[in-house]
Ligand binder design. Structure first.
Ligand SMILES: C[S@@+](CC[C@H](N)C(=O)[O-])C[C@H]1O[C@@H](n2cnc3c(N)ncnc32)[C@H](O)[C@@H]1O
Length: 415
């Protein structure tokens, strides 16, 4: 039976999303609607009382957020990024300082354990490696602390740097003791809570597939904050759909297709927003760094021009995709995206490839990204409407079509 969504329901959801720092559309997806229904029943509440509870209880919002940003990841995700990390670590291996990595939104540790293994493999001694991994999902942090990863943490071949460091244990995976000793897990909300890391002390910061779930204010706060932990020339790894392009003054894209990597340009001070202390730290943090004095030099002026791929390059990818060579087309498009992270035509072609390949969530992420860059992008709205409709999300699909109609009637321009 179709459910009517009243204005009050809508306003409640927008408020709950805003309190949680989440993109409000995400709370209206059928999966989350069903979860909210079940959760209210489990707690013996009607919908309205459960919404009231969500508005009051931070803990209940944390549980909801875990349903939205699922703590899933896998070892060696985006392999090129780990190649780049290995090179960086190799270049630093004779350096006397600690090689420090921060993973924000680390899930159960798939990303930070991969990073630690890569750095060891590059020849950096264990005593000089520190990896700090932060996530707000309690269950994910517990798995990480126990070195106990789910079956899906490994997809395909285990990367060479992980061999002998990860072993099957029934259907799950057990992380070796050496690797576990290098990663410190912290349960915290990376947008609003403090993290026990000195500013400008990290060689590498991972912040991948976290920004896409956040509403714009939270997204800005987190990307600024993540970059503030990087040393000069440190590397920032973003996900395929959430490049921190609003930090162009601070971060320069690295020409490494598939790595989604950025380099901190200068030690321009980045203001860190207000934070509260983390909930749990897995062990006291041995922060072995002296804070370097900030240089007074100002950041180079960078004109905020969106770099665009050439139409021929985009057409070529369309042609490859039209022949059904989807993974080849995806590789080409991801390479192009690394060079032109804010080009809507590249983001949209990735969405098309992912839809054609049945990767609905990945397609959705790209479309969200395109709409974040330009909320009036008609092609993105259209693709989003079609995708929702094909997933049976008729109400959500209709909302995207209404947005298209509004733009049409306002005479809005695409892109
Ligand atoms: C899709 S997973 C991505 C994991 C990994 N970074 C990757 O790219 O494979 C997103 C993770 O971010 C975490 N997350 C989302 N919002 C967060 C927040 N505000 N604070 C801390 N963790 C958050 C989720 O719990 C989840 O584990």
């Amino acid at each position: 039976m179709m459910q009517l969504v009243t204005k009050a329901d809508h306003d409640d959801l927008v408020r709950i999303a805003s309190l949680s720092g989440l993109e409000s559309d995400l709370l209206r997806s059928p999966g989350i609607t069903r979860w909210l229904d079940r959760r209210a029943r489990t707690l013996g509440l009607d919908e309205k009382s459960h919404r009231a509870m969500l508005m009051q209880s931070e803990e209940e919002r944390r549980i909801l957020s875990e349903q939205v940003a699922v703590p899933e990841s896998w070892i060696g995700r985006y392999p090129v990024s780990f190649d780049l990390l290995r090179e960086r670590a190799h270049a630093e291996k004779w350096n006397s300082s600690v090689f420090r990595v921060l993973s924000l939104g680390c899930a159960a540790g798939q990303e930070p354990f991969s990073a630690a293994a890569c750095i060891l493999d590059a020849g950096v001694p264990a005593a000089k490696i520190e990896v700090v991994a932060v996530d707000r999902s309690r269950s994910a942090i517990e798995m990480g602390m126990n070195g106990d990863l789910p079956a899906m943490a490994v997809r395909g071949e285990l990367p060479i740097y992980m061999r002998h460091r990860l072993e099957r244990s029934g259907r799950r995976w057990k992380v070796g003791d050496e690797l576990r000793s290098l990663v410190t897990f912290v349960e915290a909300d990376v947008v609003s809570q403090s993290i026990p890391i000195e500013p400008e002390s990290c060689h590498v910061v991972f912040c991948r597939n976290v920004l896409i779930y956040l509403e714009s204010d939270a997204r800005d706060r987190l990307s600024r904050r993540a970059a503030s932990y990087l040393r000069e020339n440190g590397v920032f790894f973003s996900g395929h759909a959430d490049p921190p392009h609003d930090l162009r003054k601070t971060l320069a894209p690295l020409d490494r297709p598939g790595a989604f990597a950025w380099c901190r340009r200068s030690d321009e001070t980045i203001r860190i927003p207000h934070e509260s202390p983390p909930t749990v730290a897995s062990r006291p943090m041995p922060i072995r760094t002296e804070r370097r004095p900030l240089k007074k030099a100002s950041a180079p002026e960078v004109t905020p021009v969106v770099s665009l791929a050439s139409p021929t390059e985009v057409e070529e990818i369309h042609r490859v995709a039209d022949f059904g060579r989807l993974s080849e087309a995806r590789g080409l498009a991801e390479g192009l995206l690394a060079l032109h992270p804010a080009d809507p035509s590249v983001i949209l072609i990735l969405a098309t490839i992912d839809s054609a390949d049945g990767r609905v969530e990945a397609a959705r992420d790209h479309l969200r990204r395109a709409l974040y860059l330009n909320p009036d992008n008609l092609s993105a709205l259209f693709q989003m409407a079609v995708l929702c409709e094909s997933e049976g999300e008729l109400e959500l699909g209709a909302r995207f079509r209404r947005r298209m109609d509004r733009i049409d009637s306002d005479g809005g321009l695409e892109e």
